[in-house]
Write a protein that binds this ligand. Structure first.
Ligand code: NAD
Length: 370
């Protein structure tokens, strides 16, 4: 009893379902956290070592992100246990079996996450239909290809600059992580006048105070190389990105990359979080105390889920990009204004905003959670 409800609070989770099908070796867990705003959306993560509690925390993050973004969806998350690099045929069997096992759980809409992709979602569609993140040929909007999250981040940066004493033109930008999120954020921001001075990927980093050539960096990645193969800049260790002097610093790689032990090395004026939980709570508090503005992840990186939710309703790419721009600009202002007025961390303001929206939706229901 205690174990099963150990992480439950008054927002959720509504359901925790463990799935087991020995005939194909399927083991999975689904957490449907809160559906007061609508059926939950959250990715299927394929991994070997994610606990039920971690799955719950990821589901809760989606409840907050979806509510903050004003989407008619709650938060959920599924973990499919296994090595994501397993042969494609084996993966297909597991994904199809998972979809079938959750056929009746209408409160969860499948989406891609680490270890799953558009093709996996196509298998889910074939089995049960209730899915977002599909290939273009099946009516999907390829959010990483069009840069939905990076597009959102660029607007969050622009809106946050109203609370800083510098503008985008000529602002020095560092992007940590040069994948689907980071490279598009760099593309949109440099198109508006920012100067990309540093980038890092998992294999190294490069820095040039005069600016890096984005096209050359993209070509390197396209060719499967690291950004550290870039010539005409200082090639540095991967973690040197934390110390690169700049005006805007965008984490777009992994969780907890900035923590109590390295946050003092950051030399920037604005942080906009592209990755999920890239800073520890202590590191965010440090930035706040030292006058560095930091826009939290679930406000700043919601472009991807907005795209997915709109795909579900058959929206066009143009409408998606416009909505991301509108929603994220507005949310950034609301959160930063509230943080300023109440002298609280932007993350606290963002949490208050999201939780109030969830509670409002819950208050209109006969029961609170289901
Ligand atoms: P990705 O795998 O396409 O790119 C990740 C990049 O980070 C790669 O360039 C990789 O080399 C680099 N990297 C990994 N470890 C690093 C390290 N320690 N230091 C520097 N670089 C490192 O992933 P993505 O889709 O761009 O996602 C990045 C982050 O953003 C993840 O935390 C993800 O959960 C989050 N996120 C993604 C989306 C989306 O739309 N894809 C939406 C919201 C949040």
């Amino acid at each position: 009893m205690d174990e099963a409800f150990g992480f439950a609070d008054d927002l959720g989770p509504l359901k925790v379902i463990h799935v087991h099908e020995p005939s194909v070796g399927l083991k999975a867990v689904l957490v449907v956290d809160n559906v007061a705003r609508g059926p939950s959306v959250g990715g299927v993560r394929m991994a070997e070592d994610v606990s039920t509690e971690e799955c719950f925390r990821l589901a809760r993050a989606m409840t907050l992100k979806n509510a903050a973004a004003g989407l008619p969806h709650g938060g959920g998350k599924a973990v499919l246990y296994g090595d994501p690099r397993m042969p494609r045929e084996r993966k297909e069997v597991l994904i199809r079996a998972l979809a079938c096992s959750l056929r009746e759980v209408g409160q969860y809409i499948f989406a891609p996450d680490m270890g799953t992709d558009e093709e996996c979602m196509a298998w889910v569609k074939d089995e049960i239909g209730r899915v977002v993140g599909l290939p273009r040929e099946l009516g999907g909007i390829p959010l990483d290809e069009i840069g939905a999250t990076g597009w959102g981040l660029s607007h969050v940066v622009d809106a946050a600059l109203e609370y800083c004493d510098f503008g985008l033109e000529g602002a020095r930008l560092v992007v940590q992580g040069f994948g689907a999120v980071g490279k598009h954020a760099a593309r949109f921001l440099t198109a508006q006048g920012a100067v990309l001075v540093g980038v890092a990927d998992s294999r190294g980093s490069v820095y040039n105070a005069k600016g890096l050539d984005l096209e050359r960096l993209l070509e390197l990645k396209e060719a499967g190389k690291s950004v550290s193969a870039y010539t005409g800049a200082h090639s540095l260790a991967r973690d040197a990105a934390v110390e690169m002097e700049c005006d805007i610093w965008i984490p777009a790689a992994r969780p907890d990359v900035v923590h109590e032990d390295n946050v003092a090395r950051l030399k920037t004026r604005l942080v906009v979080q592209g990755a999920n939980i890239p800073f520890t709570a202590g590191a965010e508090r440090y930035l706040h105390d030292h006058g560095v503005l930091c826009v939290p992840d679930f406000i700043a990186n919601a472009g991807g889920v907005i795209c997915a939710a709109m795909e579900y309703r058959g929206a066009t790419e143009g409408a998606v990009m416009q909505t991301i721009e509108e929603k994220l600009r507005l949310n950034t202002r609301v959160v930063l204004e509230d943080a300023k007025a109440r002298r609280i961390l932007p993350r606290q303001a963002a949490l208050d905003l999201a939780v109030a929206r969830v509670r409002r939706a819950m208050s209109t229901r006969r029961w609170s959670l289901f």
